[in-house]
Design a protein around this ligand. Sequence first.
Ligand code: FAD
Length: 276
Amino acid sequence: MTERTFSFEFFPPKTAEGMDKLRATREQLAQLNPKFFSVTFGAGGSTRDRTLETVRDIQASGSAAAPHLSCIGSTEENIREILTEYKSQGIRHLVALRGDLPSGNMDAGEFNYANELVDFIRCETGDWFEIEVAAYPEVHPQARSYTADLANFKRKVDAGADSAITQYFFNADAYFRFVDDVRAQGVTLPIVPGIMPIGNYVQLARFSDACGAEIPRWLRKKLETYGDDMASLRAFGLDVITDMCDRLLAGGAPGLHFYTMNQAGPTTTIWQRLGL
Ligand code: FAD
């Protein structure tokens, strides 16, 4: 069996205080020895400097950083500059995405889809970067169909992606079926499940609706019963997510990528319960 990989995702903080907090989170999570910490990138380059600053900080601490890079709203020249900067910082790992434009404004730029970005990165920088792409076991919300989304995923792989991280989900079967369907197309790259710990139900429901992650009815109903009792909600959420991770790993998932929301607690607890 190939070695499993574990990674943790951060978003770039807006303030110096947020940056200090993130350092503390990172120090705690670094003890779990992840393959890399990834840092999100606002569409259209809106967090460009903060993403870079966060990535530099991670690299300086001795851990590997993988910045996300979204292409919608960007020109080839914008992306070239960012790639050059990352290369000069010794970054060897990227998460390549299309991104979403903020509603109703901005020029879409010179890239339409993530496969074009992967292709561009390979043309400009050869094999310098290890490239992750996004995968959607429950189908990307803008996809014409499951089959079309699968074909789009394969396009990213054919353009040169090395591995994939999924959108989060609460239904392990969706992941296993997606992996089977991808494998049936001859695609062999690792597809690492993205894991979202359950914290704030209202926020999670809103976000899940927007990104097409389904919260199963039984889970929604159960989470609703907790109301403002956050402690019980989190305790229940930890049970649900730990069980799902256990099933994913037992079923052959090649690792886990945690959407940490810049917090160490939930991820560390799940990690310990899994006995990793
Ligand atoms: P694509 O793979 O380009 O797909 C987008 C849609 O277009 C899909 O519906 C696909 O089926 C369709 N499509 C693709 N190619 C074609 C084609 N040729 N013709 C017709 N349709 C096509 N967003 C950010 O802004 N910043 C981040 O840092 C960020 N990090 C993320 C990390 C992960 C692991 C994941 C899963 C998502 C992340 N996102 C991030 C969200 C992501 O940008 C959105 O989900 C976005 O809508 C799609 O990006 P993508 O790279 O999957 O796009």
